[in-house]
Design a protein around this ligand. Structure first.
Ligand code: F6P
Length: 327
């Protein structure tokens, strides 16, 4: 029988994502609702090691639901990769009486949590918070919807300039390992081509698409490139296209970190709220070492080692749709 949860800790880790604050608020208020004490752990795993742990109450999460970033800060911790670092983190949690933890983050956060749980046995539940949407066990991660809408808004604006100046814009969006941001924004923005890490990029084929458009008097085009595409980034794509396709004035725009900030969308706020409640109630019911997710209107639980192993693969049908509609 699992020990009764009385005091939980919550932290955010990895890259920040819009909706993390909404998730923190949901965790804190659900904990209090169920009569638990709640502690905030600052700066992710680094703060767990350094003992940056403070008590939270309902008021400490007032007026944060609509704010981007994370009030608990986050980090990518090198120290937590070491045995000594994790030992110190476990000791700090035990000294504070924390007997359950909610980790809000992505792939790296949950890989760390998996090792940590197996070593120290403090129950830990993951809440998927990353703009990349690259976790298996949830249809969407908190932050993804906001990020794709931010990127889409920027691409629409660049389309105005592309059309006014008869230019080809190569736009790079985030996604180091997966092309989900590129694929969705590419479809929604009507991009002529979408380049992602999951498929081999054939620049000659892309040039073929542009030439076809040019013959039809299309004078501006958009190509969306995922940061992780193997061609070598937007500048490399631009230079390879420009060499062979001299008619176009090619410009590059890298959207970068602006995709990680900003007010979370309604979708992200609701998802964060649902998952925050589910994460705390999972701990109370004795669950550990797994991620809560939402799929087809249901809350589901996936062990950390599965959530992180299988990326939320690219939907081949979406890729096909992007190709058909770029004609
Ligand atoms: O949070 C995910 C992500 O946005 C990736 O798509 C990107 O490659 C990475 O973070 C870069 O983040 P940082 O510079 O903070 O490590």
């Amino acid at each position: 029988m699992a020990n009764k949860i009385t005091k939980i800790g919550v932290f955010t880790s990895g890259g920040d994502a819009p909706g993390m604050n909404a998730a923190i608020r949901a965790v804190v208020r659900t904990g209090i609702y169920h009569g638990l004490e709640v502690m905030g752990i600052y700066h992710g795993y680094d703060g767990m090691i350094d003992g940056e742990i403070k008590s939270m109450d309902s008021a400490s999460v007032s007026n944060i639901l609509q704010r981007g970033g994370t009030i608990l800060r986050c980090s990518r911790s090198e120290a937590f990769r070491t045995n000594a670092g994790r030992k110190k983190a476990a000791l700090n949690l035990k000294m504070k009486g924390i007997n359950g933890v909610v980790a809000i983050g992505g792939d790296g956060t949950f890989r760390g949590a998996d090792v940590f749980y197996k070593e120290c046995r403090i129950p830990i539940i993951g809440l998927p918070g990353t703009i990349d949407n690259d976790l298996f066990g949830t249809q969407f991660t908190v932050g993804y919807d906001t990020a794709i809408n931010t990127a889409l808004d920027a691409i629409d604006k660049l389309r105005d300039t592309a059309a006014s100046h008869d230019r080809l814009f190569i736009i790079e969006v985030m996604g180091r390992d997966v092309g989900l941001i590129a694929l969705r924004t590419g479809i929604a923005a009507g991009a002529e081509a979408v380049l992602v890490p999951e498929t081999k990029t054939d620049i000659d084929r892309v040039i073929g698409i542009l030439e076809k458009g040019w013959k039809r008097k299309k004078s501006s085009s958009i190509i969306v490139v995922s940061e992780g595409d193997k061609t070598g980034g937007a500048y490399e794509v631009a230079s390879r296209i420009q060499k062979k396709f001299k008619q176009y004035k090619v410009r590059v725009s890298i959207l970068g970190y602006l995709q990680r900030g900003g007010k979370p969308t309604c979708m992200d706020r609701v998802l964060a709220s649902r998952l925050g409640v589910a994460a705390v109630e999972a701990l109370i019911s004795g669950k550990a070492n797994m991620m809560v997710g939402a799929s087809h209107n249901k809350i589901i639980y996936t062990p950390f080692n599965q959530a992180t192993k299988h990326h939320n693969d690219i939907n081949p049908n979406l890729y096909r749709i992007a190709e058909i509609l770029s004609n």
